[in-house]
Design a protein around this ligand. Sequence first.
Ligand code: COI
Length: 363
Amino acid sequence: MNLVVLLLTLITMSFVKITSTKKSRLNNIDFANLGFGEIFSDHMLICDFKKGEWGIPEIVPFEPMSMMPSAKIFHYGQSIFEGMKAYKDDKLNTWLFRPEENFNRLNKSAVRLAIPKIPKEIFFDGMTELLKIDNEWIPKTTGCSLYIRPIIFAIGDGFHASPSDEYRFLIATAPSGLYYTKKVKVLIEEKFSRAANGGVGYAKAGGNYAGQFYPTQLAINKGYDQIIWTDDNSHEYIEEAGSMNIFIRIDDKLITAPTSDRILDGVTRKSIIKLAENEGIPVEIRKVKVNQLIDAFNKGSLKEIFGAGTAAVISPISEFGFRKKDYTLPKIKDSYSEKLKKMMTDIQFNRTKDPFGWLYKVC
Ligand code: COI
């Protein structure tokens, strides 16, 4: 540790350098009417990788930043991100949910996109200090939280199609409400693909999302909200929905596709599996064919489909479309999605015991 870092550590009890905003925007925010990721907190964390090493993380006001037009992020999309949330409990304590999972996945994505891994202390200390300085931005409104977006992108410049030699790690936050405000109507896609074996589907690469925009817009034009992707090879198997992993309930069994090169290893997905198993719900992690889904619908054994993700939490699907036909799911009383959503959010907001040690206290 050099002298500057040591001095900063002693002054702030952390090695994060802080420059506070001169004018907070907090009083202009309508916390009773929050959308998703539309307004941004006063500060952001930045930390640059230059000359082969990560520098000192800094908290600065959230404002535009200047970059070279030749920066590789613009040309080759070398960029990865995570989605996390900070929750306030009744006593106004601040919590994160399984942040270690996001840290590990960010570095897994980094390896795949030839980006240098971010050290643990920069990720955790940087995020902790940011959540402390912008603590008042964490909503206290029911169902709302502070969405956290850690991102690493190539800031080094050059038109050569090779990895950048400079990167920026940045964390921005946004007080947010629901990602989906109503039940979701999905289209099962058979032509376009989200990911392929050997590709980057398992990573949270920005380009994975950009590649979905056009087919999703075509689906929206037909009256759907979102696509359920099928495998790129046969288009027979249900994969994920891009913004969330997919769970299917047939009779009393809860089924989800195994993670693979093509499917994101969702933190919410693995938490649901654990919660459901703990409740005695039979869980099957296996491939499901679209025609098995239709068969189950026709027999009346298809009870529910829901999506799971950090932003989406657990979002029920009301209807799915396949080959120009729409299938409306039945309304049921003992819904797994409602039950599991309550169990999950009760843990996240520290309203109940946390039997798995998932919560991480920030302050
Ligand atoms: C998340 O759930 O946090 C994601 O990153 C998905 C994104 C489409 C909002």
